[in-house]
Ligand binder design. Sequence first.
Ligand SMILES: NC(=O)c1ccc[n+]([C@@H]2O[C@H](COP(=O)([O-])OP(=O)(O)OC[C@H]3O[C@@H](n4cnc5c(N)ncnc54)[C@H](OP(=O)(O)O)[C@@H]3O)[C@@H](O)[C@H]2O)c1
Length: 427
Amino acid sequence: MARVVLGMLGLGTVGTGVVELLSKHRHLTLKKVAVKDVQKERDVKPNCPLTTDVNEIINDPEIEVLVEVMGGENPTVSYLEQAIKKRKHIVTANKEVLAKHGPRLFALAKEHGVAIFFEASVAGGVPLLSTIHKGLEANEIESVTGILNGTTNFILSKMEAGNSYASALKEAQELGFAEADPTADVDGFDVAYKLSVLAALGFGHFVKPDTIYKEGIRNITEEDMALAKEFGYRIKLLGTAARGGSNGNSGFDVRVHPTLVPLDHPLASVSGPNNGILVRGHAVGQLTLIGPGAGKLPTASAVVGDLMNLAGALKLPDFASYFQPAIDASPASAAPPDSWKCPFYLRLVVKDTPGVIGKLGTIFGAHNISISTIIQRGVEGQAATVVILTHDVLGKDMNAAIAELKKSDFLASKDEIGNAIRIFRAA
Ligand SMILES: NC(=O)c1ccc[n+]([C@@H]2O[C@H](COP(=O)([O-])OP(=O)(O)OC[C@H]3O[C@@H](n4cnc5c(N)ncnc54)[C@H](OP(=O)(O)O)[C@@H]3O)[C@@H](O)[C@H]2O)c1
């Protein structure tokens, strides 16, 4: 196979895995790697020099492909732009830079006749993007739904086993699954970036990450986990990207939030740091993919797979256009959460006084909410926990009901309901 010369930005978790895997593919020759600190102790020694000067890679005419495993938005986006203008193909694992700057980067790549490969940016080692892009090419992709963040899935699995959120997060940090600042994972940003990338591939439009509804897992308690199980559910952080219309909406239905998933649903059995994704195509129906969504070698497997694909096609005329998905130059917005319909789980802590259930029924009825199940637990004369499962509710109706509940005189803690979590409804 013809030799292909690579330059790489980053030699952290993923970069280290890439170097390890490249040792078996000698035709993919790493010429230089840019890092922040060349003196740092490393687990691997690449067979090439390290540099802190990214320009040495970008301006090297012999380097045909830039492998970006450095992460972050800035200065990464400008390095990618410069490399594309120098007609280098890009292989990246960076969902954030794609979600925020994808339309511009893909337009620039088209203008300069180069390709951007990004399998590793979503679901790590699971070949999700190539499945959507090539394997399901004959389909109109209707929806992609799933567990797209291994860190939060690990934390929720630990909470289900009886750990508190704080101790599960600490364990995830000690094992290297979670960053010291876990915001991107636990508040849903990471999943939102991945959904934007999935929407680009599946629907032809990146979705602006700041329009995507994000609700993370910080408010989930062990009590919610235990109650969900009693009702036959497991709580998962799900990301959904669906074409408008599937749920009575216009526009794209793109969102990330905790969800009660029925115990017998395939996504309920995805545990620990794994990812699990349902892809629905109009012809194929539904596929389920489950596997390692992060980690050194699983993610490097996706990066090096991209490099091998790219190397195999590099000498063919006009190959870049064959690999590039048709993505619109203008990003789309996600539909507002008010317009989706799904059942809800609601946990309320109320004063244990007569008539509370009747008052709850009145408030829900006034907002078109029909209750499917209600239970009350508590010691007489003290606070009681009321758990309500509803039938399908519009987001705006549930929000209005919650606002009215917060003004009522029967909540045990003023202005505080326990929790409101959506229940799975196929997109
Ligand atoms: N980790 C995963 O499991 C995983 C899974 C899927 C996708 N990804 C994506 O892969 C990318 C890399 O993640 P990672 O976990 O490998 O990150 P990481 O371990 O933090 O490594 C980042 C690397 O980039 C280098 N770097 C940072 N800023 C730089 C700069 N300004 N100039 C030159 N080098 C710089 C660092 O240099 P030093 O080594 O000198 O500090 C380090 O080698 C991210 O986009 C991430 O979202 C990661």
